[in-house]
Design a protein around this ligand. Structure first.
Ligand SMILES: [Zn+2]
Length: 267
């Protein structure tokens, strides 16, 4: 009989205990979080409903050409998104990621996300690699190097670059733009021996090559997603459900021994 833990299991009925058995021996665990993780907190995904999302294609709003055509429209969309995120709170799935990072026994956890919100940081995850930039960064549109965090009142979006006088723009990575330098290298240098993909169904190249390569190398890749994704066939184990529902029991299984040890030392 083949060992069931080492066989690909694309079936939607896998349980957290099966995923925990796969990930527990890892020493360098990579968590890749996508839109599904933020959607649980009420942050609309690119396909979600509401506001400017309903009347414009994302490609019409999140590209250098869109900004050149109508900077004020693009800024309006970003102010709307910043406001939505500012009014959202981290949920149990995001707090579970923080718990995992802090208490994963005998190993390290690196968290990277394509999400641009700050909910993981607010849940206690530090640092977070933001592959697509941060929603709250404002940068010089002419690339003079000026950049500021703009989470207070969006005031920087109304003013020209204080360094060179050009327009300012959101610091996100837009369609047609390269990822910020060094981020993929940092993930590859981490040399993960296991991957947990949370709500990242539409993860795109070049990031998608990382879990694919790991699966091909027969390293455990666990997927948490509400639906089947292009990765389901490659994943060692797929857990069906929202991050909010699936992550707490999974992280509890992975960290309870650490928490027990700490309690024992305190008492
Ligand atoms: Zn400038």
């Amino acid at each position: 009989m083949p060992d069931p833990a080492s066989q690909p299991d694309p079936a939607p009925a896998a349980r957290p205990a099966a995923a925990a058995r796969l990930l527990a021996p890892c020493r360098r665990l990579l968590v890749l979080a996508g839109a599904g993780l933020s959607a649980d907190a009420g942050v609309p995904t690119f396909r979600g409903a509401g506001g400017l999302w309903q009347t414009h294609n994302v490609e019409e709003l999140a590209s250098p050409a869109a900004f050149a055509r109508n900077p004020e429209l693009v800024w309006e969309w970003y102010r709307e998104r910043r406001l939505t995120v500012a009014m959202s709170e981290p949920h149990a799935g995001q707090r579970a990621v923080a718990l995992l990072k802090e208490h994963f026994p005998g190993g390290e956890v690196l968290v990277a996300t394509t999400n641009e919100d700050d909910l993981l940081e607010r849940a206690g995850v530090v640092p977070v690699i933001h592959l697509h930039g941060s929603l709250f960064d404002t940068i010089c549109a002419d690339g003079c190097g000026w950049a500021r965090r703009d989470s207070e009142d969006n005031s920087l979006s109304m003013r020209p670059c204080p360094q060179c006088g050009a327009l300012t723009r959101p610091g996100s990575v837009w369609f047609g733009e390269a990822l910020p330098p060094g981020l993929l290298d940092a993930i590859r240098a981490f040399d993960a021996d296991g991957c947990l993909m949370v709500g990242s169904s539409c993860i795109v190249q070049p990031v998608s090559a990382i879990p694919s390569d790991m699966a091909v190398a027969r390293l455990p890749v666990v997927e948490v997603n509400l639906e089947e994704t292009p990765f389901t066939g490659l994943a060692t184990c797929s857990l069906r459900g929202t991050a909010k529902d699936v992550m707490p029991p999974l992280v509890d299984l992975l960290t309870s021994s650490t928490v027990r040890d700490q309690k024992r030392r305190i008492t």
